[in-house]
Design a protein around this ligand. Structure first.
Ligand code: ZN
Length: 367
């Protein structure tokens, strides 16, 4: 269901009319939508995580995962709200009050944190952890990271996160496992930010152009004003100028963005230019990770409103996503791969499923 992007248990159930096909594939008739839904609430999600780990190990062993610059692999940690509702809720739902013109209303929602491995040629979602009622996103991320460190101890050396994760306990956990962190520097670390801003005026900057944007960078080590971390951090700033061409307009619009990151990684391990390129991967994952999972893979669809079921279907969708991208990256020749969009290949997978259903139910061998 996930791999063919069917998006609903009922769509899957309709294929059960062609049970000869399923008997070949799974050795039995397809269970009903209700049964699949019920079972999804009682699955041990760690058994699905083992499958993801197994696929990762196969990809790694077959040298299918290429590193980023400086031979590195990075892990992006980021939160995602999967759905919200005013009416339906379960024991895993988080709650918030929404002020509307008709008065305050309680809204229920689910959020989880995902860990995605960024390779030179792959975005690999490795694991996810639901945020539980009463805790913040970083608490869920810490639980997730502990499991990722245990399951993937050598898969990456660097963690990329947004400003929310500039917390001493998050950084310390990473450092204890020998990983560096790059995080956006936010106002909450005011002392650190003020110290850095003072130096941007006097310290010399370095300019480079990556073809898309001109980047003026400052890169300074040895900041000690984050006292709860109890170690020095490095601050990198990139003031970026790019030109965006809007659809029908002739003139390009000038866009300036100002990025400041705090990190534990040394200049020796990751020089300025490579640092800035890599730090931006945190946002590339927005398009290649969450957006694709949600828009094409129906990851946000609530197949069954239950905390375990939601976790189960997210993890299964991650498996489908990984298998699909492994197929595109490894089984298709580059000249064929670049001729079509990913959506085209995904539709072919769906078409293939229905074609086989029909052939088998007519007693024919598929072409
Ligand atoms: Zn719920």
């Amino acid at each position: 269901m996930a791999l063919a992007q069917l998006g609903s248990l009922n769509a899957l159930e309709q294929t059960a009319e062609h049970n000869k096909f399923w008997q070949r594939w799974i050795g039995d008739n397809l269970p009903s939508a209700d049964t699949v839904g019920n079972i999804s609430t009682a699955i041990n999600c760690n058994s699905i995580r083992k499958i993801i780990k197994h696929i990762y190990a196969r990809l790694k062993r077959n040298k299918a995962l290429k590193p980023l610059s400086m031979g590195m692999f990075a892990l992006v940690v980021d939160g995602h709200e999967s759905h919200s509702s005013y009416l339906l809720h379960c024991k895993g739902c988080l709650k918030r009050v929404i002020h509307t013109s008709l008065g305050d209303k309680t809204q229920y929602y689910h959020r989880h944190v995902m860990a995605q491995l960024v390779c030179g040629n792959f975005y690999l979602p490795l694991d996810m952890e639901p945020q539980r009622p009463g805790e913040d996103e970083v608490a869920a991320a810490i639980r997730l990271l502990k499991r990722v460190f245990a399951n993937y101890p050598r898969a990456f050396s660097l963690i990329l996160a947004d400003g929310l994760y500039m917390k001493a306990n998050f950084f310390k956990l990473a450092l204890r496992h020998g990983k560096d962190v790059i995080s956006v520097l936010k106002d909450e670390r005011r002392d650190l930010l003020k110290d850095a801003q003072g130096l941007f005026k006097t310290e010399k900057s370095y300019i480079y152009d990556n073809g898309k944007a001109k980047r003026k960078c400052w890169d300074m080590e040895g900041f000690t004003s984050w006292d709860t971390l109890k170690r020095e951090v490095r601050i990198v700033r990139s003031l970026e100028t790019s030109y965006i061409k809007h659809h029908k307009e002739k003139e390009k619009e000038k866009k300036i963005s100002d990025w400041i990151w705090a990190s534990t990684i040394s200049q020796q391990l990751l020089p300025t230019e490579e640092f800035v390129e890599l730090a931006h991967k945190r946002w590339a994952i927005e398009n290649n990770g969450f957006n694709e999972l949600v828009n094409y893979w129906h990851a946000d669809h609530v197949y069954r409103h239950d905390p375990i079921a939601i976790e189960t279907f997210w993890l299964l969708t991650m498996i489908a996503y990984i298998l699909f991208h492994a197929f595109i990256n490894l089984n298709l020749k580059p000249q064929v791969r670049c001729r079509y969009t990913k959506l085209h290949w995904a539709k072919l997978v769906t078409a293939e499923l229905y074609l086989h259903l029909i052939y088998y139910s007519d007693g024919l061998s598929p072409p």
